[in-house]
Ligand binder design. Structure first.
Ligand code: SAM
Length: 276
């Protein structure tokens, strides 16, 4: 009998709410990748490190203050018992900011572990003497590290070959090449009077690729000029490309294409941002 190939990615999650993590995994691409044997997600209960009958994992903060803190004893003991693969990262608002490049780094590693905090946070000795680093998923505060761990696990797993199937490529997603993705459209070609850019119906793959690159540049200039700055601005070819699709540099930077021309030329129409 042949032994199955090892998973391409292993992520271990330590949490006091293993069911929360398991239930999301079961219904998501993480679960599908798990069932396909491409990704292993092991979820460990931090309460296994508790040493009292009530399985306590938290205590009041020294120095006073609101809320409870995850105590070092249960966390250290759980890690020593389960030996999750290193590096082990604590999810924390004080950590390194997670982004697509960190996801790519983690996917490349092949195995890592995530420790979820709760309450007011985790005893600092865990950060100082147990974990290998800290990861933040943004400048906001969640009630616990479980959602953050799932964000990290899913964004990383998407980059592992085979997880998305054959028909999707993470290489074309936003951030993969330092740009936001171009706008996507599907049928119908005209919906409530709004037509898709004509070039997408042309069947000319070369022109469509050029338009998509222009649209991605224009959208990134408009919404995330910091990303354009991070790649040292636009090349001369890119400036010419934007102009060819009705996006003179100044107008594109302001998010407004040349009047009258973009739809005909197949250039993207800037959309209102809707965060509701
Ligand atoms: C309520 S938070 C603790 C926040 C802490 N008192 C502070 O102000 O930094 C509880 C746990 O949620 C997780 N968490 C909250 N926000 C996060 C973020 N932006 N990124 C990663 N983890 C986060 C961490 O594991 C944290 O220990």
């Amino acid at each position: 009998m042949s032994t199955p190939a090892p998973e391409r990615l292993r992520v271990d999650v330590l949490t006091i709410f293993p069911d929360l993590v398991e239930s999301y995994c079961a219904g998501s691409i993480l679960g599908r990748a798990r069932r396909a044997g491409i990704v292993a997600v092991n979820v460990w209960d931090l309460r296994a490190g508790a040493d009292d009958p009530r399985r306590s994992v938290d205590d009041t903060p020294f120095g006073g203050g609101a809320g409870m803190v995850l105590a070092p004893g249960p966390v250290f003991r759980a890690v020593e018992r389960f030996c999750p693969p290193r590096p082990l990262y604590l999810l924390s608002p004080a950590g390194r900011r997670f982004d697509q490049s960190v996801a790519a780094e983690l996917a490349e590693r092949g195995a890592f572990s995530l420790l979820c905090g709760r309450y007011e946070g985790v005893d600092q000795r865990v950060a100082d003497h147990l974990v290998d680093g800290e990861i933040s998923i943004g400048d906001f505060v969640l009630a616990g590290g479980e959602l953050a761990a799932l964000v990290v696990a899913e964004a990383t797993a998407r980059l592992v070959p085979g997880v998305l199937g054959n028909d999707a490529s993470p290489g074309e997603d936003s951030f993969a090449s330092g740009l936001l993705e171009y706008p996507q459209y599907t049928r119908p070609a005209v919906f409530r009077g709004h037509a898709v850019p004509e070039i997408l119906l042309s069947g000319d793959h070369g022109r469509i690729a050029a338009w998509r690159h222009a649209a991605a540049l224009a959208r990134t200039l408009d919404r995330r000029p910091d990303l354009i700055a991070a790649r040292n601005g636009l090349s001369e070819d890119e400036v010419r490309l934007l102009a060819a699709y009705g996006y003179p540099l100044g107008a594109a930077a302001a998010g407004a294409p040349d009047e009258g021309s973009p739809q005909d030329a197949g250039a993207p129409v800037p959309e209102e941002r809707d965060l509701s």
